[in-house]
Design a protein. Structure first.
Ligand SMILES: *Cc1c(COP(=O)(O)O)cnc(C)c1O
Length: 386
């Protein structure tokens, strides 16, 4: 990812910044596009993973749809050229204003997360003399085998409608004259690397779609959500997620009936590997028990380690001629006035000095989008390979 020219460029750029390798992004999108098109599957990009304008423009150019979780994202998707006919809108707390915005935009589908929401969408659509197309987001109680902070498909999670409430959904659907039922939606968690999890999901989807059909509601859309993981430990040798195996699980185990469409919502797997957070060492603190590298980037630029205990590879990009042969262990920390502002403890690095460039890898998903102004910090900049 970093050739000598890139590093020279970094040396002449104010840190911290996100560095986007647009070629990595292009290759990832291409791989996903080919693997999904093979089975005629539809992929919506989950904007919340990264809504950097240049990233959105490239994703849109591949013909992907958009998966949005706020009115702002619906607006951004349409402004960046995503077709409104390919916009899906999920979220456990859609406000009336956001629902109205999506109704005005004639989006493809609302992914509805409660019976009450179904009635509200129906009322708002009626007021506009429109019909809202919906999929019911169902909580299938499938364990994603990922970190519990990013699990969404268990009974105890706030997302979706639990299966014991589906009788109420049917009653509501029959009562709502301004709702068109398209199908069923699932999203069970993020950073999922075990394909058995998706096989279990397929089996649950098959049962649930049969249940809807038995109750007089034919299912046109099966939306399996997203969550495909990336390799945070090997960004250079395993850069692109195994889209082929992922889609093949659904091809093999999902009972797709004639006329049905299969949809996906991928975020992380499309964008995580294309960016690194580049920062400089401000200070080296050698303690009795610990060595600290204090960077000029912190949780205000990348909060994943502090928010989800997430792992990122950390590299020193600066070459020194005379170095100790052995690596040292550093706690790599940020400048923010919070004890949790630590990227990782005991990181093995070559001896490091003030001014060294540090790359925090695989930062393209849930990185820049979560940047904050806490401590009145400047907004993090972006730099692109092209
Ligand atoms: C966040 C989200 C996604 C994307 O998740 P990834 O793990 O980034 O693939 C898909 N669908 C919904 C409803 C989401 O909230």
């Amino acid at each position: 990812m970093f050739n000598p020219n890139t590093i020279t460029r970094f040396n002449n750029t104010e840190t911290p910044f996100y560095y986007y390798d647009m070629e990595v992004l292009r290759q990832t999108l291409q791989a996903c596009h080919i693997a999904s098109a093979k089975y005629g599957f539809h992929v919506h990009y989950a904007l919340k993973a990264n809504f950097n304008p240049k990233v959105l423009d490239m994703i849109q150019s591949f013909g992907f749809g958009a998966d949005c979780v706020s009115g702002g994202e619906v607006k951004a998707a349409i402004e960046h050229g995503f077709s409104n006919k390919q916009v899906v809108f999920a979220g456990v707390g859609k406000s009336d204003k956001e629902i109205n915005l999506a109704l005005d935009g004639d989006i493809f589908c609302f992914n509805v997360e409660s019976v009450q929401e179904l009635h509200i969408i129906n009322d708002l659509a009626k007021a506009k003399n429109k019909t809202a197309k919906v999929a019911i987001r169902i909580n299938p109680n499938v364990d994603a085998h990922t970190h519990h902070f990013i699990t969404t498909g268990l009974d105890e999670n706030k997302f979706g409608i639990n299966t014991w409430q589906l009788d109420d959904v049917i009653i509501a659907l029959r009562a709502c004259s301004n709702i068109q039922f398209l199908g069923i939606h699932f999203h069970i968690g993020s950073q999922i690397t075990d394909m058995e999890v998706y096989k279990s999901l397929c089996i649950r989807i098959n049962e649930i779609q049969d249940w809807f059909e038995d109750h007089g509601f034919p299912v046109k859309i099966l939306n399996a959500g997203g969550g495909l993981g990336v390799d945070y430990h090997n960004p250079d040798t395993n850069t692109i997620s195994d889209f082929e195996s992922y889609f093949k699980v659904f091809k093999d185990f999902l009972n797709v009936k004639p006329g049905q469409e299969v949809h996906f919502e991928l975020g992380r797997a499309l964008v995580a590997q294309c960016a690194s957070l580049i920062s400089r060492v401000l200070y080296v603190k050698n303690g009795q028990k610990k060595n600290f590298l204090v960077l000029d980037a912190g949780m205000t630029e990348l909060i994943r380690p502090m928010l989800y205990q997430a792992y990122h590879e950390i590299e020193n990009l600066t070459q020194h001629s005379k170095l100790k042969t052995q690596n040292l262990a550093y706690d790599v920390v940020g400048p923010i006035c919070e004890s949790t502002d630590c990227f990782r403890k005991d990181v093995e690095l070559p001896e490091s000095f003030r001014g060294d460039l540090i790359a925090i890898r695989t930062a393209g998903a849930y990185g820049e989008v979560m940047a904050s102004g806490y401590n009145l910090r400047d907004r993090v900049q972006s730099v692109y390979s092209d």
